[in-house]
Design a protein around this ligand. Structure first.
Ligand SMILES: Nc1ncnc2c1ncn2[C@@H]1O[C@H](COP(=O)(O)OP(=O)(O)OP(=O)(O)O)[C@@H](O)[C@H]1O
Length: 628
């Protein structure tokens, strides 16, 4: 039997200028009373009602509920006392407008840990009592004012609290709907609940058994019109105060998400964009990385060069070119080998009437064209192999000396020796300066000019370069192989690892940027969404929700949106990887680990993005949020 006792109670709003709203209020409300608080506008009626309903605190005096001083209670105890004692009816209704009517009626029971079926049964019974059970599934926002206020009364009935506080419940209604509401309040009082009502309307005040008049924050009069009509004991609310079951939290969050489809889609898109970008970056860089490594293996990793200076090979060995080439060709994995020596330059003249050019001379033996991976345009009908007194000429040099067509097997003078140009080197990736030089059979070159730097050009089978690079110097000079200068492409496994490291770094940077963009987008949008829902959070607090219930509701909503966004981003990301790889004729590389990572990423982005909004939502004061 809660008796509400206010002693010397005062309220001053601090701010730019302090406003004294209530002074020396002495009021005792017994169980079963029906009290109407009247008075001029600005007299402090709503403030007094908010203090009675524990939505606001007095700044002086004391307020006791059943002899418990509320001024000494923790905020958790106050929330529990609110849930145990009060139900609220507001002038502005405050329903969950976008959700079915029955959800608003169940709200107080949700925060008392009742099971869904029990909540639903009690809510439907209460709607029946106020004659609107047929509207249970309709969206609350689509109801008329009178219907909405009856939903609020059904919520108070379903909560079965000992006290119902109503702030101008008929203020927004015509007289007919106002009458329906005051009748329903009489039913509430007849069932045993104390009713404390603020009203401007004398007709509404008429139904109360006691009328308290406030002016300038003081009680002007306190008149009992008739004895308390209630013959019933105070109702006891079902369940436990300020309890929320995890399953109910999840369903409540889901229902909130669904009720705001447009806003939710925006939030989902923010997450999906980030996750999609991250997934496609991961997929495309992996596919491209694999492609790069594959290309490298297939082409680049086949060149081995062993170089030495003239006269550097150990003299005691048979170092003829034929012997070296035979040895190289015998090494497993060698596809072609050639020896190439740079000689002193020689004079080239196309015919006695033309200018003389000093040109670089190379002497080659073995399979020069294949081993150097050169492209040679041979004279028509030529056997593609240099014979004595024949030369290949680099394309740049051929152009420079204005060499005639190859069909005529042009004869030039090289160091005074007539030499036939057998072909033009048009591309030579391994001996870049050969485009501006002439390449002769080694014996001819030796006769023409002194030899200098020598190198063995070896073309290996795919993937054999490392092994050939180890054996080739031993073949060329078994006594001092370490004196030779061997160059081979990097070990493909280490290069592959390096490429993948770079790919991973790119991936991390892209993913971080994408995720940060998502978090910022989500944070902004969800803070806006929370501000839009101020009144809803105020209402939830009023019916007993703890700050942490509000926090987890918002966080669960954003995490769920994150999860849905993660799914969407995953599908979009994998789709774009497939598209890009197909367009490039690459093999797509899908790492299945991306699936849980994307989903977890979505949840994390949702939760982090929603953190600020969750904290903001807990700071909403119900007394401010619920003011009409
Ligand atoms: N949060 C607040 N901060 C500062 N002043 C406030 C706050 N809430 C209310 N007031 C002021 O306190 C005074 C009393 O307001 P209250 O709403 O309690 O009066 P009321 O009698 O219910 O008025 P009405 O009948 O017009 O609703 C008003 O002057 C109001 O401007």
């Amino acid at each position: 039997m809660p008796a509400l006792r206010l002693e010397h109670l005062g309220k001053i709003y601090s701010g730019a200028s302090a406003t004294t709203v209530l002074t020396g209020i002495e009021l005792e409300i017994a169980q079963g009373d029906f009290v109407a608080i009247e008075g001029p506008s600005g007299g402090g009626k709503s403030t007094l009602l908010n203090i009675i309903g524990l939505l606001d605190e007095p700044t002086s005096g004391s307020y006791r509920i059943d002899d418990v001083d509320t001024g000494r209670s923790t905020s958790r105890r106050l929330a529990e006392a609110r849930s145990d004692t009060f139900a609220f009816i507001f002038q502005a209704f405050h329903l969950l407008d976008r959700r079915p009517v029955v959800d608003s009626v169940e709200l107080a029971l949700l925060y008392r840990g009742l099971r869904p079926a029990d909540r639903r049964r009690r809510a439907l019974e209460a709607l029946q009592t106020v004659n609107i059970a047929h509207l249970a599934r309709q969206k609350a926002g689509t109801l008329s004012g009178g219907e909405r206020q009856r939903v609020a009364i059904a919520r108070a009935l379903a909560a079965e609290t000992p006290v119902v506080v109503a702030d101008e419940p008929t203020g927004n209604l015509d007289s007919q709907n106002g009458k329906a509401v005051t009748d329903a309040l009489s039913v509430v009082n007849a069932r045993g609940s104390t009713v404390v009502l603020v009203t401007h309307s004398p007709e509404t005040a008429e139904i109360a058994s006691r009328r308290v008049r406030l002016r300038d924050g003081r009680v002007l009069s306190d008149i009992r019109a008739r004895p308390s009509s209630s013959e019933h004991a105070a109702p006891a609310p079902p369940g436990k105060p300020s309890r929320l079951r995890a399953r109910d939290l999840a369903f409540d969050a889901l229902a909130s998400i669904r009720s705001r489809a447009g806003r939710s889609l925006g939030l989902i898109a923010a997450v999906a964009l980030g996750v999609g970008l991250a997934v496609s970056t991961a997929g495309i860089t992996s596919s491209a990385g694999a492609q790069v490594a594959g290309t490298f293996n297939a082409h680049t990793n086949r060149d081995v060069t062993v170089a030495w200076e003239a006269g550097a090979l150990t003299a005691s060995r048979d170092t003829t070119d034929a012997a070296i080439l035979a040895g190289l060709r015998a090494v497993a994995g060698v596809r072609a080998a050639s020896l190439l020596r740079a000689h002193d330059s020689a004079e080239l003249q196309v015919n006695p009437n033309r200018a003389k050019y000093s040109v670089t001379v190379y002497g080659a033996s073995g399979d020069y064209e294949s081993a150097s991976r050169s492209t040679v345009q041979w004279a028509p009908g030529h056997a593609h192999r240099l014979h004595p007194h024949e030369a290949l000429i680099g394309a740049t040099l051929a152009q420079q000396i204005k060499l005639g067509p190859l069909v005529g097997s042009p004869l030039v003078s090289l160091g005074g020796i007539p030499t036939t140009i057998a072909g033009v080197i048009t591309a030579t990736p391994r001996v870049a300066d050969a485009l501006g030089a002439v390449v002769l059979p080694q014996d001819d070159a030796t006769k023409l000019a002194a030899a200098g730097h020598a190198r063995a050009l070896v073309l290996t089978e795919s993937g054999a370069a490392q092994q050939v690079a180890r054996q080739a110097p031993v073949v060329i000079d078994p006594f001092a192989p370490e004196a030779l200068d061997v160059s081979a492409p990097r070990d493909p496994t280490s290069l592959r690892a390096e490429i993948q490291r770079e790919v991973r770094l790119t991936l991390i940077v892209f993913t971080t940027v994408a995720m940060l963009a998502s978090i910022v987008g989500l944070a902004n949008t969800s803070i806006l969404a929370v501000l839009e829902r101020r009144q809803e959070f105020g209402l939830r607090r009023a019916v007993g929700a703890l700050g942490r219930h509000i926090f987890t509701l918002v966080l669960t909503e954003t995490a769920m949106l994150g999860l849905i966004g993660g799914c969407g981003g995953l599908v979009a990301g994998l789709g774009s990887v497939l598209g890009v790889t197909m367009l490039n004729h690459w093999a797509p590389v899908f790492d299945l680990r991306v699936v849980p990572v994307a989903l977890a990423g979505g949840i994390v982005v949702g939760a982090i993005g929603g953190l600020a909004a969750s904290i903001r939502a807990t700071r909403i004061r119900p007394s401010d949020a619920l003011r009409a």
